[in-house]
Design a protein. Structure first.
Length: 424
């Protein structure tokens, strides 16, 4: 591989606070140098960035992949295509596939399939319980040895307090954490929307927003008891965020992420029975959306994940209550996050930190930073370039975007994985 010098770039590294014009030299898949006044080695390729932002490749903390078992919705190859178009170079794959990732051989399979794409590192979560069914714990040690990054039952909550207590204790012993889908299962079962006027008017089965805070409160208590690390996925309510904020102030090992729908949309998006906006957890009221935005800014939320859930036409073109929950999120992750910057809610470095350095810290990765010796996983961004989300024209197979029709500013111009250009 020839050396690559990217010049005339706005270098942004949230890990160090770097924000300067300059260049970056890539050699043998890693960053060899960066800063001002770099000269190109003999034979190097040179790319003029034209003043665009050069940042670390995005790290997606949570996404579902259709493979194995649901290749009609998405494959690893098509997910990698969408990820590259969205500037994502590392992706954490949920284990609730068919079969679930509850066997070391399956974890190894996902790792190898990620490597085979040449554009995306896939870090699989191990299933916390057999089949992600919430009953019998899996072999954490064997799954961790095979490469599981952490443990979760994906879109299913671990409903049993005893099971969750054991999971937190075992995860602590193996130096990792549990990712919880925070909805009290008996309250959230079969719900299509958040309980309230909107759901009542539409005649939809609903669950109270309090179902999220109830599970968060229980698992914070279990984290206190076990000294384990619990990470709450796609947090969407003010009440849950208040609990997490207090737990962090207490010094407990509690972290959380959220996803773009929960800071960009509210429950009105399901009007006209729009099934692309049927998600799990369901979209919330406007005051909850504003609380999520505030928590992104004040550090309560540790990262932003795509929460990518591929669905096909048969999953969504049915009556709302029967439709599968989930939205495609890989190609829109950056653009919707930057919308919070353009609205004045987040500084640019903070917005990018939530997609790069922050998830890297949580997972203990060397990626997610611009530094000499770091992997040359890079994204080139025009933060002002406008585009429109159009379901049916997104990269990859999954087209079920809750942002269909949304105008965004911020486009990926190029993505590099280990120094090789994989998009743009």
């Amino acid at each position: 591989m020839r050396d690559l010098l990217i010049t005339n770039a706005r270098l942004l590294d949230p890990a160090t606070g770097l924000d300067t014009m300059g260049g970056l030299l890539v050699r043998e898949g890693r960053i060899a140098a960066l800063g001002r006044d770099l000269s190109a080695p003999e034979g190097a390729d040179i790319l003029d960035a034209g003043g665009a932002i050069l940042a670390p490749g995005l790290i997606d903390l949570r996404a579902s992949l259709g493979e194995p078992g649901h290749e009609h919705r998405e494959t690893i190859e098509t997910a990698a295509e969408a990820a590259a178009a969205g500037g994502i170079t590392t992706l954490c794959a949920l284990p609730d596939s068919a079969p679930a990732l509850d066997d070391p051989a399956l974890v190894g399979f996902i790792l190898r399939r990620g490597e085979s794409t040449g554009s995306l590192t896939i870090l699989p979560y191990g299933a916390a319980t057999r089949g992600c069914l919430g009953a019998e714990l899996t072999e954490f040690g064997l799954l961790r040895e095979a490469g599981a990054i952490a443990f979760t039952d994906g879109a299913r909550a671990i409903g049993s307090a005893r099971t969750m207590r054991l999971a937190l204790s075992y995860a602590r012993a193996f130096g990792t954490f549990i990712v919880q889908h925070p909805e009290e299962p008996s309250l959230a079962r079969d719900a299509s929307a958040t309980e309230g006027e909107m759901a009542t008017r539409m005649g939809l089965p609903s669950s109270p927003a309090a179902a999220e805070a109830m599970m968060v409160a229980r698992d914070i208590a279990l984290a206190r008891l076990t000294k384990g690390h619990v990470h709450f996925a796609h947090v969407s309510t003010a009440a849950a965020l208040d609990l997490i904020r207090a737990a962090k102030a207490e010094g407990l090992r509690v972290t959380c992420d959220t996803a773009p729908p929960y800071f960009d949309l509210n429950e009105t998006a399901i009007g006209d029975f729009r099934t692309y906006a049927k998600l799990s957890p369901p979209l919330r009221r406007e005051e909850d959306r504003r609380a999520v935005v505030a928590a992104l800014a004040d550090g309560t939320v540790d990262a932003i994940a795509s929460d990518h859930q591929p669905r096909d036409a048969d999953d969504k073109r049915v009556p709302f209550a029967q439709a599968e929950a989930g939205g495609a999120g890989l190609a829109t992750l950056l653009g919707v996050t930057l919308a919070r910057h353009h609205a004045g809610d987040l500084p640019l470095l903070r917005a990018l930190e939530l997609l790069t350095a922050a998830p890297a810290r949580l997972l203990g990765l060397e990626a997610g930073r611009l530094a000499t010796g770091a992997p040359a996983d890079l994204v080139l961004i025009d933060p002002e370039r406008a585009w429109k989300v159009e379901a049916g024209r997104l990269p990859g197979k999954a087209q079920n975007s809750p942002f269909d029709g949304r105008a965004l500013e911020g486009r990926v111009l190029g993505t590099w994985k280990a120094g090789a250009r994989v998009h743009g």
